[in-house]
Design a protein around this ligand. Structure first.
Ligand code: MN
Length: 739
């Protein structure tokens, strides 16, 4: 019989052993299809190419995976290496198989280069995310295992490349998935090419001592088995020398020789149930001396990758330490095959169900069992659904960039560097020009085309990009690079928003409003406000709402002030005729103009001595011109005005005048004391006013009254004088003379 057909038959038998209902025709069809597709190809060792898919299918069958996985592994290189298409495979073997094959193909196409640890972690995540169906990863790992087994026929360069990739990517993934056995083989075969001398040294030394090792292993194994038999515990005991890479790592990390490696040997005791595990532990610790601090209960606290066992290290009579792992058969299966154990063909379960509900059930269980952060991290890196919020893409140099899901070339560019984003003129995904809004997919190779003369990002980009990082960087650019433009666009939208709110620019730029408005919008200038609106740091609507609030507040304050003033003035009666308004201020000798009377004689009433700034009213005297009173002068009070003279009261107003000072009088009330008059004259001299008369007189009740006639420029100067006099010790009132 043809050796290849024979091999096929052996595979079929192997599968039937765990899956008696295997559809052998379907399997054979897949084998024939692959054989034909690869018929013109040879493996590097000269054997027909079909031997590779067959071998991969064998490894997948060792994991006891479902039929779709086996068929997909048989076909795994057809899309990549032959004319086969997803469509054709789907038609012949179903969509699941076609998707699995396509998934493996995608992973095969991923280019790796050696990178920093963080990059490697992203690469591993990306592979998991790309796999979508975890069976894709399982098949890919089996594919890699067979390639590593047959690596000796490849060129030294390819050997190193693949070995590194295996060590850095696939072995850690196998570890995460709990597939210890495959992980060990991947590590050992990789080491063989990465450090041939180191590998050979250990391998040689181990084989030189293999008879000694065998002897030791057999003796301990017998001792354990005998004791457990005595106890009536049904068990299987294995002994082994640890795998080469784990010895290598210990020698390297601890700088030790092979002889100094603490635990070179490992024994496994496999029993039927968990209580037996603890019974066995008791027996082992009774039989050998346990090493303190080396006992670990991974049954009570499983490892994140589902691994469960009791671990202990003991020392035998020979003084040689060794590790004992105690577990049930179920735990053993999980330890060997990891997640694959959960993908195992299960009788009576439709294949379609595998990898769907089963999958989620598994993840759910894992989450329930293991609340620690490590477990969570494991699951997060494990399943595609857990990656829903991330996408992993490559730079043309092969670096992995991790972006939020649904990211675009814009996000990619800004992730690389702001300068790359700001100068981007185009983008290529997998070598083809694409629009900026293209959604990136896992494994895409993204290339940004930049130009020095690029005029910067467009405002639309902020709506297209997905990452806050990109959005912030674009905003930064507009803020910095386009200040002039921002001010112009910001001003335009601010003004149109003002108009909408029926406000005017004049209201805002008013001297008494602007500073508090700027304070309210937290800007130093209007330009700064416009720029902020321009680059999107603040919306025009928001700015105008704040401005409006402030204007309303200012309005209220003004009103309150006016009301307070009115209240004050209503104490002294305010004549209705006091409208000191002159639309065209003229000059006059006296500083007063009279409504309706030009060039009339003006004199200031002696009773109230008004000065410029005082509200005033005029009385037309008989023959002495117009007498000007303060509005609050009792003699001008409306109730004192005789009705027949009503027509004599006229509006007057202050205007600029040649006259530089006006005479007025003050009355000071104070507690009488020595030196009071002196203090008053001192105060008057410091404010530099001209005093026309000064009269102080003592009152019988211990008080004193000082009457002063003085010259002031206007009401402001007078107020200043009054304040100054008010500060003199003992003075309790300074008032203007009236009436
Ligand atoms: Mn392959």
């Amino acid at each position: 019989m043809d050796p290849i057909l024979e091999r096929y038959q052996a595979l079929e038998d192997k599968i039937k052993a765990y899956n008696p209902t295997l559809d052998t025709k379907r399997l054979f069809d897949a084998f024939t299809y692959a054989d034909n597709a690869h018929s013109s190809q040879l493996r590097k060792d000269g054997s027909p190419y079909i031997t590779h898919p067959l071998a991969v299918a064998e490894i997948v069958a060792d994991l006891e995976l479902d039929t779709d996985s086996i068929i997909a592994s048989m076909l795994h290189d057809t899309i990549e290496d032959t004319g086969a298409t997803h469509e054709e495979i789907a038609k012949l073997f179903g969509h699941t198989v076609a998707d699995l094959v396509e998934g493996v193909t995608k992973l095969t196409r991923v280019q790796y280069t050696s990178k920093e640890e963080e990059q490697m972690e992203n690469l591993r995540k990306m592979l998991m995310a790309m796999a979508k169906d975890i069976r894709v990863i399982l098949i890919k790992i089996c594919d890699r295992l067979h390639n590593m087994r047959t690596m000796e026929y490849q060129s030294p360069r390819k050997q190193k490349e693949k070995a590194l990739e295996t060590m850095e990517i696939y072995a850690p993934i196998a570890h995460r998935l709990g597939m210890q056995k495959i992980k060990w083989e991947l590590e050992d075969t990789s080491l063989k090419y990465l450090d041939p001398i180191g590998y050979q040294e250990i391998a040689d030394e181990l084989s030189a001592r293999s008879s000694a090792h065998e002897e030791f292993l057999a003796a301990i194994q017998k001792k354990i088995t005998d004791r457990l038999d005595e106890e009536g515990i049904k068990c299987t005991v294995y002994g082994r020398v640890k795998h080469i890479y784990s010895i290598y790592r210990k020698m390297y990390a601890q700088n030790k020789t092979l002889d100094e490696i603490f635990d070179l040997y490992a024994f496994r005791v496999i029993v039927d149930d968990i209580p037996e595990c603890y019974n066995v532990l008791g027996c082992i610790h009774d039989l050998f001396k346990p090493v303190l601090g080396r006992f670990k209960d991974y049954i009570g606290t499983p490892k994140p990758n589902m691994y469960q066992s009791l671990h202990t290290t003991v020392i035998g009579r020979e003084g040689i330490p060794f590790e004992v792992q105690i577990r049930t058969w179920e735990m053993h299966h999980t330890a060997e095959y990891g997640i694959a154990a959960h993908w195992k063909y299960k009788q009576g379960m439709a294949n379609a169900q595998l990898g769907t509900e089963e999958n989620f059930e598994w993840v759910r269980k894992l989450l329930e069992n293991q609340q620690d952060a490590d477990a969570e991290e494991f699951v997060r890196t494990l399943k595609v659904d857990m990656f829903a919020d991330e996408v992993f893409v490559f730079t043309p140099r092969g670096d992995v960039i991790n972006l939020p899901a649904a990211s675009t070339p814009i996000d990619f560019a800004y992730n690389i560097h702001s300068a790359v984003g700001n100068h981007m003129t185009g983008a290529k995904v997998n070598g083809r020009m694409v629009p900026f809004e293209t959604t990136l997919k896992n494994g895409d190779i993204v290339e940004v085309i930049t130009s020095k003369s690029a005029h910067g990002p467009s405002r639309d980009w902020m709506n297209i990009c997905k990452s806050n990082e990109a959005r912030n960087k674009i905003r930064q650019w507009f803020k910095k690079e386009r200040r002039e433009e921002n001010i112009a666009t910001g001003r335009a939208s601010f003004e149109s928003e003002l108009k909408r709110q029926s406000l005017t620019m004049a209201q805002i730029t008013a001297e008494d409003a602007l500073p508090s408005i700027l304070k309210k919008v937290r800007m130093n200038s209007l330009d700064e406000l416009y720029a902020a609106i321009g680059y999107g740091g603040m919306t025009a609507a928001k700015a105008v709402v704040r401005v409006k609030d402030e204007l309303l507040r200012l309005g209220r304050v003004k009103e309150e002030k006016a009301a307070a003033e009115r209240a004050l003035q209503s104490e002294v009666v305010f004549p209705a005729t006091s409208l000191p308004v002159d639309k065209s201020p003229r000059k006059s000798e006296s500083g007063i103009v009279v409504e309706g009377l030009d060039n009339c004689l003006v004199k200031f009433a002696k009773c109230c001595t008004p000065v410029p700034g005082d509200p005033v009213v005029g009385f037309i005297t008989r023959g002495f011109g117009v007498s000007v009173h303060r509005c609050d002068c009792p003699n001008a009070a409306p109730e004192k005005r005789r009705p027949e003279e009503a027509g004599r009261w006229v509006n007057v107003a202050w205007v600029g005048s040649e006259q530089s000072s006006y005479q007025t009088s003050l009355e000071i009330s104070a507690k009488d004391r020595d030196g009071l008059a002196m203090d008053v004259t001192m105060a008057l001299s410091t404010v530099k006013v001209k005093v026309d008369s000064f009269a102080a007189k003592a009152m019988p009740d211990g008080y004193a009254s000082v009457s002063i006639v003085l010259q002031v420029r206007d009401r402001d100067e007078l107020t200043n004088v009054i304040n100054k006099l008010g500060q003199i010790s003992g003075v309790y009132q300074v008032k203007r003379a009236a009436g």
